[in-house]
Design a protein around this ligand. Structure first.
Ligand SMILES: C[S@@+](CC[C@H](N)C(=O)[O-])C[C@H]1O[C@@H](n2cnc3c(N)ncnc32)[C@H](O)[C@@H]1O
Length: 234
């Protein structure tokens, strides 16, 4: 079986970072505050938010990322940033297995819960509650609440005369699952040079259901934001 994100890691930043950083910056302006204990970046991916968090904070940022391909990009992003490196600790494991206690007063988890099933989400939220100190804030993106067949283009970019583009096709799977097929293309003068794709399976959760999961893990609501963000307090 192929490793998750083995294909996507190559294209993630080029195609998606610009949009992603705009959202991340806006959300951090509103919700980050001034962490005094530590910060969790869960499902850190290529480290787009990790880097921003480490630049904005004076405390340790715990970047939790199980996929080696994504960690490789994350570490490359941090390489040589001597001002930031001492403050980022990378945990190469699933959040369910984090095993940290009271290390942070701010947690961040975007675009990651959708990949976890109900039992995995429960374990993840328990681990997050353990890792946060009482009063700690968690900014988390909800899993999707419904699946609708869809196709959308990712932003495309010119690189040395080549066009890098991508699309994501969404397919409902049964009553409570969803599948995303990401296709990436490199073309030159209109001709396809190469094409890659990767499939991700996700799990649906209703808004009230996910709120109940957060409550069970010991979180109380603080607010909401876009896109599908819920902010809670431990
Ligand atoms: C779609 S990417 C999002 C990355 C980043 N949060 C962002 O918004 O750009 C989801 C990331 O979550 C990671 N991930 C998947 N399952 C995870 C788990 N159980 N615990 C922590 N991270 C996980 C994946 O390896 C991947 O890097």
């Amino acid at each position: 079986m192929s490793q998750a994100y083995a294909v996507t890691a190559e294209f993630y930043d080029l195609l998606q970072a610009t949009e992603h950083l705009a959202v991340t910056g806006r959300l951090l302006d509103r919700w980050l505050g001034q962490p005094a204990v530590g910060v969790l970046d869960v499902g850190a991916g290529t480290g787009l938010a990790t880097n921003l968090l480490a630049r904005r904070c004076t405390v340790t940022v715990h970047a939790v990322e199980p996929a080696a391909s994504m960690r490789a990009v994350l570490l490359s992003r941090l390489a040589g940033q001597t001002g930031v490196l001492p403050r980022v600790r990378v945990h190469a494991r699933n959040v369910q297995d984090l095993g940290l206690v009271g290390v942070a007063d701010f947690g961040w988890c975007l675009n990651t819960m959708a990949g976890l099933d109900l039992a995995e989400r429960a374990a993840a939220l328990r681990a997050l509650a353990e890792a946060l100190v009482p009063g700690g804030r968690l900014v988390v993106q909800r899993p999707p609440s419904r699946a609708v067949a869809d196709r959308r283009d990712l932003p495309s970019w010119q690189l040395g005369g080549d066009l890098y583009s991508g699309e994501v096709a969404t397919t409902p799977v049964g009553a409570d699952r969803i599948r995303w097929r990401f296709s990436y293309r490199v073309s030159r003068k209109g001709a396809l040079v190469r094409q890659e794709s990767e499939v991700f399976d996700g799990h649906l959760a209703t808004v009230s259901g996910f709120d109940a999961e957060l409550a069970t893990a010991g979180f109380t609501p603080v607010g909401t934001d876009d896109p599908d963000i819920v902010v809670v307090q431990r």
